[in-house]
Every structure is written in structure tokens, then in C-alpha cells.
Ligand binder design. Sequence first.
Ligand SMILES: [Cu+2]
Length: 251
Amino acid sequence: MQDAVTPVAEAMHSFHNLLLPIIIGISLLVLVLLLYAMWRFREKANPVPSKTSHNTLVEVLWTVVPIIILVIIAVPSFRLLYFGDKAANADMTLKIVGHQWYWEYIYADADDLTFEARVAARTPEEAVDGKVRLLSTDNPLMIPVDTTVRVLVTSTDVIHSWLLPAFGVQKYAMPGRLNETWFRAEKTGVYYGQCNQICGLDHGFMPIEVHVVSKEDYATWVQKAKAQAGLTDPTPTTAVAAAEPVRLPLH
Ligand SMILES: [Cu+2]
């Protein structure tokens, strides 16, 4: 594990190590009780069934013991929740702003390089040249691989939600609030997501397309994109073999 994710990995592993014995113990206890009850109270050995309906001691026990177990589980669970929301030692920060009906991306570590991403193929006829209908965007989000990305999500109009299943990320974009999460993509490739909070007429037409590329390709892309956005002197001395795509920027 990389240093950047150590606190999270630690929290996850210790939580897992706590839960596994508890789960195994409960499963075995239930199995044993079941088998014992089947044998002990079988019809053949009990021609006259017991009419017992209450047992205070047993009832107190089966209420109190699970409560204690749940409290024990809750403590590290809250720790994990905290890490799920807060990026520990992030390598870069990405701001995401939801709009009716497109996403805006701001690269805080690249002089606030900003662009918008809109749906690229609404109809089957538009889904050509590798474009995926209702998932591809005109300006894909570019992310370097093996990089812990702090994500800050907000909105300018209504509530949206930035959902990227492959990264395990779903964060509400709320007007007037800044929600934080993080991800770390470990494989290069193209990933798709969607707004998953009903946000109005074109809710189904504000997809998310993420290209995870090597760190070198990302650096090249950032340089080129910044030049196009007028954030740097647009006179690169070397011909850059760009990580595709550089369909940029809109403002
Ligand atoms: Cu939306």
C-alpha cells in the first residue's frame, strides 16, 4: 500500500479483522443452536410438547448481547466513515460543479484549469466514432493513475450527484455546500458515470466520462490544456505527443 492511503487501508483492514471473527462466531452459534434444537426437541423424544412461552433471563441476554456487539462494531465503523469522506494526504484536488445540465471540472493544482463536460451522444445516430450513447462527453475528465485525488463537489443550481461506480464514488452536489470525497484509480482506461440525483429536464443527459492515463500522459495533457486555456505561454518547445483527448477548453 502507498503511504497516501495507509490510514484508510489501516482502518479498513482493522475493521475487517474485527468483523470476520464476529460474523463467524454468530454464524456458528446459530448453526449449533439450530442443530441442538432440532435434536433436543424432536417430536419422537417429546410426545408432550413444552408450553414454555417466556424466559426473562434468556430474553434479557438476547437483547443485551447484540447491543453490546453492535456498539463494539459502531466505534471503528465511524472511523471508517470519516476516512471515506476525508482525503488523507491527497496528491491533487479536483473541484466538480454540477449545473443544469452538465458538469464543470476545475483542476485546483493546475492553475484552476477549468472546462465543462456535456453529453456527446444523445441519440443512437450520434453514437459514432467510439462515442457511447448517454455516457460519452465532449470533454472527458483526465485523471492520472495511482494518484489520490481529493474531490470537492458542489452545485450552482439544484442538487446533482456525481456517481462513478467503478471508483466507488457517489457524492451529492449541493448548492451552497462543499462535499468532499476521494478516489485513487489504479488502472488506466475509460470509465463512465452519471448524475444520479433527479435534477430536472436533462437529468439523464449529464454523463461523466473519465480517462485514467499514465502520469506522463497526464502531465502532457495538463500542459497542452493549460496552453489552450491561455494559462501558460502557448509556445511549447517540444512537440508533445498528447494523451488523447485534448478537446478543450470552453472558457
Ligand atoms: Cu444532475
